[in-house]
Design a protein around this ligand. Sequence first.
Ligand code: ATP
Ligand code: MG
Length: 158
Amino acid sequence: EWVDFTEFFNRIIDRFEMSKEQNVTFKRAFSKKVRFLEIDEDKITQVLYNIISNAMKYSPEGGTITYRLRDRDDVLEISISDQGVGIPKENVDKIFDRFYRVDKARSRQLGGTGLGLAIAKEMVQAHGGAIWAKSEEGKGTTIYFTLPMEKEQEDEWE
Ligand code: ATP
Ligand code: MG
């Protein structure tokens, strides 16, 4: 169905903000502009839930999680940044593999199965989008994904 992604994104961030028990600050670095996208709301909710849960799980006490929307040519780029432990360069692309977890000992402590990002990847790809990560050890991680956006039909009357 068609949704205003800006409003949808805000709603999901609100839900995390209201239920969070950790000392983390949320920063919304995007404009209020209306952005209509055709998505499966349940599936994209799951994608955001999996990414934001990780950002919370790996955030330090007092850290900030930054939410961004960037309007690209024909896609909307969504990103979520944390100031957590980060991921070693050689492992960054593997985090989207099923059951992959960077540090077995640390991950076991924090709980989980290693499926969250693999599921997110499947759902983003089913929407015709892409998902990737940038990370710096000790500084933090940003997860990016794109969703196709209707191009405005400017040449409709030509
Ligand atoms: P699950 O999501 O199934 O509960 P999980 O969080 O371990 O378990 P994924 O969400 O797929 O699994 O993430 C895979 C691995 O990628 C994690 O175990 C962790 O090592 C690493 N990772 C993911 N997001 C972050 C992040 N924001 N900061 C640091 N490491 C991360
Ligand atoms: Mg996870």
